[in-house]
Design a protein. Structure first.
Length: 451
């Protein structure tokens, strides 16, 4: 009797799966035919519509990051050309969101899913980027259904983010969601790129298909402007906490656990000032250690403009970072454009930007002696060529231009038939994450205050 019941359950499950797959196939076919007819009716003067899907594009609540700035610059460059650009992002669309340990996160609510489906279906190209969100996965899935091509720009090191921010059962849930999303988006998009050759190699080793390294040329134009000596002198006075005669080490960026700022504090040599500039979850304990007389200056009350950051780079003696998390590391490129040498962690996207003894040093910041030796070498002016290294990259705007004109492929749309069980599973797990992440944020804050 039990055996017969089990057979019936298995048979019913297979039949339901088959029916669901057939429905998916028909829906995808109808959407694809509809899109082909719409494309045929378009004229050469019709503006192409691009949708950028990310938790954050540019600044939100006084915070930003390298990937977020990248997307904001891409938005600006596309908006100034022949494209109509829409953002499905917090602060730029009417999306529900929650706060997690890694910042604001678009919720996997029914309302958000319906909005996502509407936007993806009404655009000619979808750009997926940024930190994990189920809406990224859902956008790619809807793109498969309705024939809207999607491209993915991987701007976050998912594993490092999970390792730095989660523990216990939440680590396992986050790891599955973050990594599965990378696989899903890169496999089912029509193309995927990341931001450095090092992270390209990492993704390739994980069998995640990525075509190359993306670069947004307009992202760094602010750091090529000129400043007068008086402005730079005033910036140095601010960074030094009133002790401008001391050599200044500058860290600037988001204040998150994965940035490993305590290593910078521990390795700071006597007689030097460490200036920490940025916003984020680590700001509370940094306020407590702020003491210019001891060479620790923490400017953590709000985000500074890129124009002010440019002056800070020019006023500082060395840019430092102990982060082993970066897919690129914008601050290194920014600092070098401003003539500021760098001493950064030997990891991630820093590796392709720094040549030891030329424009800076790659070190292990957990090795205090090694880090201090590199700082001393820079202070002795032993570097030979303080400027950015040349990297082989593809311009983001050219990637968009090349793929927005591609007709939707029927075979790619049929991928929705294979993908839907995974999408349902990820949605259910995302609902669990959404409710647990807020608790994890509270626990992480409590741990930092108790430390």
């Amino acid at each position: 009797m039990a055996k017969t019941t089990l057979q019936n359950i298995v048979t019913a499950s297979l039949v339901m799966t088959l029916l669901a797959s057939m429905i998916q196939f028909l829906v995808a076919l109808l959407f694809c035919l509809r899109r082909r007819l719409r494309n045929l009716s378009k004229t050469s003067s019709t503006t192409s519509r691009v949708l950028i899907v990310a938790n954050r594009v540019g600044e939100f609540n006084g915070e930003t990051g390298g990937g977020s700035i990248f997307r904001h610059r891409l938005l600006e460059s596309l908006s100034g050309s022949q494209y109509s650009v829409t953002c499905l992002a917090i602060g730029r669309a009417t999306v529900c969101f929650s706060e997690s340990v890694r910042g604001p996160l678009m919720s996997p609510s029914i309302r958000n899913l319906l909005l996502t489906a509407q936007l993806v279906n009404s655009h000619d190209l979808v750009v997926i980027s940024g930190s994990w969100s189920f809406l990224n996965v859902f956008s790619v899935y809807v793109g498969l259904l309705c024939g809207t091509p999607c491209i993915t720009f991987v701007t976050m090191n998912s594993k490092a983010a999970v390792d730095a921010n989660f523990s216990g059962p939440m680590w396992y849930l986050s790891y599955v969601l973050y990594m599965a999303t990378d696989y899903f988006n890169c496999w089912f998009s029509i193309g995927a790129w990341t931001r450095s050759a090092e992270y390209l190699s990492t993704l390739t080793a994980r069998h995640i298909p990525v075509q190359g390294v993306v670069y947004c040329g307009d992202q760094y134009k602010t750091f090529q402007a000129q400043d007068c000596d008086t402005e730079i002198s005033e910036a140095r006075h601010v960074l030094s906490g009133g002790h401008p005669h001391h050599p200044i080490l500058l860290y600037c960026g988001r204040l998150l656990p994965e940035k490993r700022i305590p290593l910078l504090v521990a390795a700071k040599p006597e007689g030097m000032t460490l200036a920490i500039v940025g916003t984020g979850s680590e700001a509370a304990w940094l306020r407590n250690i702020h003491d210019p007389t001891k060479g620790i200056v923490c400017l953590v009350e709000g985000m500074v403009t890129q124009a002010m950051l440019r002056k800070f780079y020019k006023a500082a003696d060395i840019h430092v970072s102990a982060s082993d998390f970066e897919t690129l590391g914008n601050t290194v490129h920014e600092a070098l454009l401003c003539g500021c040498p760098v001493v950064v962690q030997r990891a991630g996207g820093y590796i392709s930007q720094v040549s030891d003894g030329k424009n800076g040093y790659l070190v292990d910041w957990s090795n205090v002696a090694e880090a201090q030796a590199a700082l001393a070498s820079v202070r002795k002016k032993e570097l030979t060529d303080i400027k950015p290294l040349h990297r082989r990259t593809s311009d983001a705007q050219e990637i968009v231009k090349a793929h927005i004109s591609q007709p939707a492929r029927l075979a790619k749309s049929m991928g929705a038939v294979v993908a839907w069980p995974m999408v349902v599973l990820l949605w259910l797990l995302s609902l669990a994450y959404d409710s647990l992440a807020a608790d994890e944020k509270g626990n992480a804050s409590a741990r930092r205050l108790a430390a």
